[in-house]
Ligand binder design. Sequence first.
Ligand SMILES: Cc1cc2nc3c(=O)[nH]c(=O)nc-3n(C[C@H](O)[C@H](O)[C@H](O)COP(=O)(O)O)c2cc1C
Length: 314
Amino acid sequence: MRLLLAPMEGVVDSLLRDVLTGVGGIDQCVTEFMRVTTLLQPDHVLYRYCPELHMNSKTRAGTPIFFQILGGHSEPMAANAVRAQELGAAGIDINFGCPAKTVNRHDGGAALLKSPERIFNIVKAVRDAVDKNTPVTAKIRLGFDDPSQCLENAAAAEEAGAHWLTVHARTKTDGYRPPAHWEWLPRIREKIKIPVIANGEVWTVSDYHRCREVSGCDDVMIGRGAISNPLLFKQIRNNSQEFDSKQNWAEIKQLLPGFFRAAEIEKSGHFAQSRCKQWLKGLGLKHPEAEELFQQLKVITVPAEFKTQLEHLL
Ligand SMILES: Cc1cc2nc3c(=O)[nH]c(=O)nc-3n(C[C@H](O)[C@H](O)[C@H](O)COP(=O)(O)O)c2cc1C
């Protein structure tokens, strides 16, 4: 049974990976997607997506990170994957699920769910190009607009040599509207032999158990649930049943000043301020204390003042 932290563009960067894997309970991370068009990206871009390449592709807590790429053309996808592997990526994950209009217009992400043969070609090109000891994995949605597309797409990914398949159990058309249709996952598992990782709408320990029961999957990937409750992975491991928001908040709030400081050192005070506001908003989904703090801090525009107030109000 493995627990994976979902890739989230603009949210789960190296700073948040560091904090969340530091809390514990996470077996595996995936970077935000790096868009691949026709070119080989320069090394500094790869390091920007995954600064942990400098640390053997692991977070400080020792959690391995796979490098995610997104694009519609096999050759540059393979070339960029090889470069990521040469720089030390623990694995390469290929994104076939991004619903963003700009991405889909440029022939990447969920647009490819309409053509299993293109999924096959891209996964195979990447698989053939990177070192055979480096896992190549794929992440799909159930389909573009028809969930039954997942069966052919899963088979294509497996046949092309994917090491495992993560399935966000919704179509592109579903967007992020609940529910996630975990009931499709047993049908995928019947069709392929590689591990299937269940993803979508796991917010609590009981969601996790229901997801495993319905999907039959041992491995689960969690995104927004982890942003709103960074202790969720630990609670799943301890099989905690009760969700005590007050007690949770007392532990979580201690993560915020360190997160601010790390973001400030990494980029700037303004960056740190906006990342903290973003995370507080996410935490507010499960913790009224975070929402209250967000309301107090959101009007502040000067980072030094924000930092002082954050520390004062916690
Ligand atoms: C803001 C945001 C950014 C995302 N970025 C990525 C990404 O870069 N790569 C990817 O494969 N999925 C991305 N996703 C999808 C998530 O990895 C995940 O599949 C989805 O949120 C469902 O899981 P959840 O219900 O646990 O959040 C993103 C989702 C959100 C909300």
